[in-house]
Write a protein that binds this ligand. Structure first.
Ligand code: QNM
Ligand code: MN
Length: 252
């Protein structure tokens, strides 16, 4: 029956994710970076890309960063990356949600064996498009100040990507090593890397449209501390804004 076939399919998929998770864990532990190719297959990848293009056509993608033109004085801006956040409530994103559930399946398996982290939360999915007018992303660390994010997970959607012609290479500079990891944003490629200072990275200028979907996974402990700090800061900020009433009218 269809039900049995579906169950059979899901159990095969689950077994594959468990296998993948072992490899991802080993690779992350060893290099701090791990790339998986042909993660979901041509057809599913195509469905996800179609949804991303529809989201973009619907005009819900916002300017991620406005970067100055050649000279920062000019008010001419190079269009930076365009981003939008997708969660379970986005109706036109079933395939993106399926992708996220597959990312979760792999990370949950990995997390079981990562003693140093407890991963039970993630961000929404950030759908990013580089419009391709030499758009780049300057060198940065995703989580430089312990905001709780421990694993960055990026899924690329770019068919027949050729870095020589199209640019858009992701370059990661693993801390403490003189090796640079050059990651091509290939279609149906899934990338994991530690989000903290171990992995400064940049995206080189892209000459054609470049799509990616990113999810960040939180470590429970670091996240809880960050939220406590954040609350304390915002309380402090509110306190600063509050002006104490003077008990007596000011002398005029
Ligand atoms: C659009 N875009 C990004 O592309 C990367 C990033 O590191 N991307 C790596 C990549 O696409 O290979 C980011 O880290 C990022 C962070 C906040 C907002 C937007 C952002
Ligand atoms: Mn980044």
């Amino acid at each position: 029956s269809v039900k049995e076939t579906k169950e059979q399919y899901l159990s095969i998929l689950w077994a594959r994710f468990q296998e993948l998770a072992c490899y991802v864990l080993e690779c992350l532990t060893k290099y701090g970076i791990c790339a998986i190719d042909k993660f979901l297959g041509e057809a599913t990848g195509q469905e996800i890309l179609k949804e991303v293009l529809q989201l973009r056509a619907a005009g819900i993608m916002r300017q991620g960063q406005l970067v100055h033109g050649p000279s920062s004085s000019s008010n001419k801006y190079i269009r930076g990356d365009m981003i939008t956040w997708v969660d379970e409530s986005e109706p036109r994103a079933e395939n993106i949600q399926y992708l996220i559930s597959c990312m979760d399946a792999v990370v949950v398996q990995c997390a079981k064996k990562l003693e140093e982290y407890t991963i039970n939360e993630r961000t929404k999915a950030m759908v990013a498009c580089y419009p391709g007018h030499r758009t780049k992303y300057v060198r940065h660390v995703d989580n430089p100040n312990k905001d709780g994010r421990c694993i960055t997970c990026i899924y690329y959607l770019n068919k027949n990507w050729d870095v020589k012609q199209h640019g858009g290479l992701l370059r990661i500079y693993p801390e403490g090593s003189d090796q640079v990891a050059n990651i091509e944003p290939k279609f149906d490629r899934l990338l994991f890397f530690w989000s903290d200072r171990r992995n400064p990275h940049e995206v080189e200028p892209a000459f054609v449209e470049r799509f990616a979907i990113t999810v960040w996974y939180y470590d429970a402990k670091e996240r809880a501390e960050a939220l406590k700090r954040y609350k304390a800061e915002s309380v402090a900020k509110l306190k600063k804004q509050a002006v104490p009433l003077s008990s007596k009218p000011d002398s005029r």
